[in-house]
Design a protein around this ligand. Sequence first.
Ligand code: HEM
Length: 423
Amino acid sequence: MRAAVLGLRLQMSLPIGHFGQTERVGDGAVIPTLTVAELEADPHGVFRAWRPKLPFVRHEAGGLLVLRAGDVDHMMRDPRVQATETLVPEMRDIPKGALFDIFAHGMLTANGAVHRKRRSPFTRTFAARLITALRPRIRAAAEDLVRGWIEEDDVDLVSRYTAQIPAQTIADILGLPYVDIPRFTRLAYKVSRVLNFTFGPEDVPNLETAAAELQHYVREVLEERRSTPRDDFLSRFLAEADEAGELTSLEVVIQLVQMIIGGTDTTRVAGATQVALLLQHPAQWEAVSRDPGLIPAAVTESLRFEPSVGSIGRVAREDIALDGHVVPAGNLIILSTMSAMRDDQVYAQPDLFDIRRTDHPRLHPIFGGGAHRCIGESVARIELEEGLSALMRLTPRLRLAGAMPVLQGHRGIRRIDALRVAW
Ligand code: HEM
């Protein structure tokens, strides 16, 4: 399987005949089924080839991939399109257990009043104005991390930096001890694979074990907090949840499991990707290092160009017409934000990485839309901005010390292994 190299501009568009299988969907139109292998090999090239031709294609692992920016944006708010509840684990034959619980009891896949009651205990803590207060602490943490390796010759920026910033931040917000970081991040990165569909039936027992261990870890922390409450988010969350009695004890655990997964893996990958993209475009790295005012724009453009989350899952509750085709009711819909953010109907020269572009929509599609829009957007942006800013200040001559990192994946949370740099 050939992997997509970050930022590589593919001149070639794949011939239609390349995609073997086709299937009739809804109105009888022939819709191709794209294989996981071809999507993993060159997601941007595949999306670029199909986007002008069809509003959606079928995914080998199940579901319809919606490709165009206008449709993706609209469907995130369309009441006929809903969160998937337990559709995904059912489609993938995931038995009832800790992995299944993430879908059955979490906010991410819930609808209506159930979604609101699971999400609302977090909205105050994650409100932009409260999160802004974390900025100085995140800045200091980023600088400390750089000072921790600056005397070495080279370093893997993913494990020593971009993974640590979000892990320390979520530990601060939830009040988890830093010594637990290796434990909960290892489990979170494993479990998050369930959202990117690159696993087969043979991987399910492994993922199940990791999900059970993560659940167990959260239960341990909660028990400790119940017996020794503190003046922190977790103690207040527990007290309020107990008093309101709206969440079951499993729901309490699963919301925290989702916070740990959402708060670590996504931003770890995004942090490494933005550094890699800027190093691959040295003039833009230089520009940012001369003018730190460009940092937010560099973060925004990196999130568009190579997003750390490739898609958002939904289900059609009714037949939905899209440009002469029909998405039949009951189908899993995979809103490809990754494809949407390279759509030339919205972005001029979408395959060009340009931190000065002025055509970003007001709300960045990478964080979704509607009721489920990412609750951690403000945290993530501050982490990414401060992470980049500390590197610009302390290691302005940063350079790649190995090959360009490989960003893999086209759906759910994407994956990056390592980013070796020197300075
Ligand atoms: C670059 C980093 C991030 C990206 C790209 C990202 C992306 C997303 C997206 C696309 C959604 C919507 C999913 C859907 O509609 O099905 C989402 C939801 C969510 N995110 Fe993030 N996220 C990031 C960082 C974070 C952080 C730092 C946290 C926590 C501290 C977090 C926690 C969550 C949670 C709990 C949800 C579920 C919200 C709900 O269903 O109501 N995310 N995220």
